[in-house]
Design a protein around this ligand. Structure first.
Ligand code: ADP
Ligand code: MG
Length: 701
């Protein structure tokens, strides 16, 4: 079909006036013929069967029946009028009932003419009735292009109130297919169509709007879902490949003396299989000519820090500097301490740079960075301030952050010939299908194995009314020498109230656990960084046994002796947050516990979240549940909504199709990177179109 036809503004379609066009644009995003063509039904009603009245069951099901109206009457009851029609076929009689629009309906109904009616069947006062049936004269029904499997299009209140009902959309769709003569060009290559036995484009579009049968509908949906995923993946993978071919990186060929010394003599533990695999993936990237752009996913406690360190050591061995950036001061300090610890027998110079680094120290750091005597710089966002200039930064690692912006990346780059290699580490597992969509242009490594001997954290759900028992449990654990976290929610909308809750909680904990037997720390967002740090350090050193906190401790702190995590108002936390918080315990050798405290009133979603936490410790499993509860858009935030706004495919249900589509896209780009093979002409054209428009269905069919 030629381009101009499908780009025709929707008001040119017969049956669409200026008013309807306006509504379609505003309410359904339908601007052109093309948009209408790709306005897909979200469900179908099976109208492949016609029922006889004597077959009806008392199950409230939607049924389709052929018969005639023999009689119409208006009934008044409690001042409310209704219209009742007697409807019969050769097997029996039932009633059709209307409560609204009586006059208009009464005038339009025909007596003793065959109708096909459709709707929910009620059992009422000893007989079957159907309120507000969809009706069509048998004669029209037979001629209509509408098929047995009836599409139900997404609607809004405005659309249906303004008379753009499902039936109207259906009619418009018929008009569009009539006008276009169903000549839509193929958009996939013959190879792919043959190998996957996909339905041709024409037939797919037709059957998704006017399914001839269940089987054809499924095939049509499969093909269109595949296509939608395929072109998104093609775009993402192409971006990745172009990045690799265009953006050269430093080549770290050597695995040199530092790495070898560390590996042989200073490794604090045996690496897990997953850690080894990931280090190998990173080494491959660093040894290639391209700039690394890798995302490392690993659950809390999976051991990402050592992977970061060993990657940085590779950079040092090749004569480069490295940096590690963390989101908070506390975390930077922690990273700094553990890296200094692990490297203390090696000749590596490491510094820490945060917002609270003294000016005098800062000056020295700046100097040493520029003259190259400083090997590794660890810190917060202070790292990417303009004054900070590396002599030769080869690798930048960003911890616990979703994505590193282009601008920030450029800041790390300035003086150098090439940009540094980038490794982004995240402890928030996201489902594979989501990772493929949102991070499809990055290379992804996953640590999917915890270090050996880790005990499962025992997780329970307790109601506030059981608080005394929980206090007793805390006392017992402290008596064994353990430390306890008690975490309160802090969300922005009600910051004041949350702050009060936290303070009330703190006071009651202090009453319950009095000095001098017990020492309680508190850390929250409104404290000065230095005070926070002081309290945090007291807890780290074991001077306090209880840490009352808001979610500032969410990310990364490591206190192996803390073995109990109590989360107050746990129903207010999201799953991934709960999981992150729980990950603060279970870092030492002892059995650890997580207690989720809630009130009695819980929403269904909150119940599911709590049950999931109690059932499993596996971050990836938890992220799958989270995806089901929140949907991809909410889970990833609106930033990524582009690749998540799918027209026909569903990330939750169609993960398998996504995987196939991604692998086909990879294969194709490997064999024919610039799509010059004549076999791939359809793909090439489609791809060219889609890069010109915003969304993937806005190309020429
Ligand atoms: P995260 O992935 O959350 O950053 P860390 O790197 O902080 O995890 O590691 C969590 C804990 O597990 C640390 O105390 C670390 O020393 C330990 N650890 C990491 N890898 C291993 C391993 N292979 N064997 C034993 N302990 C390990
Ligand atoms: Mg970490």
């Amino acid at each position: 079909m030629n381009a101009s036809f499908l780009q025709t503004p929707i008001e040119y379609l017969k049956g669409v006036g200026p008013n309807r066009a306006d509504l379609l644009r505003k309410e359904a995003g339908i601007f052109t013929y093309q948009d209408l063509l790709h306005f897909f039904p979200n469900r179908y009603i099976d109208r492949t069967r016609y029922y006889k009245i004597n077959e009806l069951q008392q199950n409230n099901a939607e049924m389709q029946i052929i018969g005639k109206i023999t009689h119409i009457k208006t009934v008044e009851q409690n001042k409310r009028k209704r219209l009742v029609a007697t409807f019969t076929d050769e097997t029996g009689t039932m009633e059709l009932v209307w409560f609204r629009g009586l006059k208009w309906i009464k005038e339009s109904l025909k007596i003793n003419v065959p109708y096909v009616i459709f709707g929910k069947v009620n059992w009422f006062n000893g007989s079957f009735s159907m309120p507000h049936p969809e009706m069509e004269l048998m004669e029209e029904h037979e001629q209509s292009l509408r098929s047995a499997m009836q599409p139900v299009y997404p609607s809004t209140e405005k659309l249906s109130n303004s008379g753009i009902t499902n039936r109207v959309i259906n009619k418009l769709m018929q008009q569009l297919f009539l006008d276009s003569k169903n000549k839509f060009s193929e958009t996939l290559s013959k190879n792919i169509l043959d190998e996957l036995k996909l339905l041709p484009k024409n037939e797919s579009l037709f059957n998704v709007h006017f399914p001839k049968s269940q089987v054809l509908l499924s095939k049509a949906q499969y093909r269109l879902k595949f296509e939608e995923f395929f072109y998104i993946q093609l775009q993402l993978i192409r971006k990745n490949l172009i990045h690799k071919s265009k953006i050269k990186g430093y080549r770290f060929e050597k695995v040199g003396p530092l790495f070898n010394a560390f590996y042989k003599d200073h490794l604090p533990f045996d690496l897990t299989g997953a850690q080894k695999r990931v280090i190998k993936e990173i080494r491959n990237d660093l040894g290639s000519n391209a700039q690394m752009n890798r995302l490392l996913q690993g659950d809390v406690g999976s051991g990402k820090t050592i992977v970061a360190l060993m990657s940085m050591i590779i950079a040092l061995d090749n004569g480069f500097q490295a940096c590690l950036m963390a989101p908070t001061e506390i975390l930077s300090v922690q990273h700094y301490n553990s890296l200094v610890d692990m490297c203390n027998k090696l000749k590596i110079s490491i510094s820490l740079l945060t917002g609270s680094t003294k000016t005098s120290e800062r000056k020295i750091i700046h100097e040493n960075l520029e003259n190259g005597t400083l090997d590794i710089l660890i810190g917060t966002h202070a790292l990417i301030e303009n004054k900070v200039k590396f002599k030769n930064l080869g690798l930048a690692i960003i911890d616990e952050q979703h994505r590193f912006g282009v601008e920030q990346r450029a800041k790390l780059w300035h003086k150098n010939e090439f940009p540094p290699h980038i490794l982004v580490m995240t402890a928030t597992p996201i489902p594979r299908t989501l990772a493929m969509s949102v991070y499809g242009d990055l290379d992804i490594s996953v640590i999917d194995e915890l270090p050996p001997g880790r005990k499962q954290i025992k997780t329970v759900h307790r109601y506030d009314s059981n608080r005394l028992k929980v206090f007793k449990f805390i006392r017992d654990e402290i008596a064994k020498g353990r430390q306890i976290y008690i975490v309160y929610p802090l969300i922005q909308e009600s910051e004041k109230m949350d702050y009060k809750d936290l303070m009330d909680g703190y006071e009651s904990i202090e009453r319950e656990f009095p000095k001098p037997t017990y020492q309680v720390s508190i850390v929250h967002g409104q404290m000065k960084a230095a005070d926070k740090d002081y309290e945090m350090q007291r807890f780290v050193k074991g001077e306090t046994q209880i840490m009352v906190a808001t979610t500032v401790i969410e990310v990364g702190v490591n206190v192996p002796n803390a073995s109990v995590m109590i989360i107050e108002s746990a129903e207010r936390f999201g799953l991934s947050q709960l999981h992150q918080l729980r990950g603060r315990v279970g870092r030492g050798a002892d059995q650890s516990y997580c207690i989720l405290m809630t009130s009695f009133k819980l929403s269904n979603d909150a119940k599911t979240r709590l049950e999931t936490m109690v059932r499993t410790n596996d971050g990836f499993e938890i992220s799958e549940v989270d995806l089901k509860l929140r949907g991809p858009g909410d889970m990833m935030g609106t930033q990524q909504s582009g690749v998540l706004q799918l027209k026909i495919a569903d990330l939750l249900k169609d993960g398998d199709i996504l995987k196939i589509a991604r692998s086909y896209a990879w294969q194709l780009l490997k064999q024919d990177p610039s799509l010059t093979n004549p076999e791939n002409i359809a793909v090439k054209n489609t791809y060219a179109q889609l890069t010109r428009y915003k969304n993937i269905w806005n190309y020429i069919s």
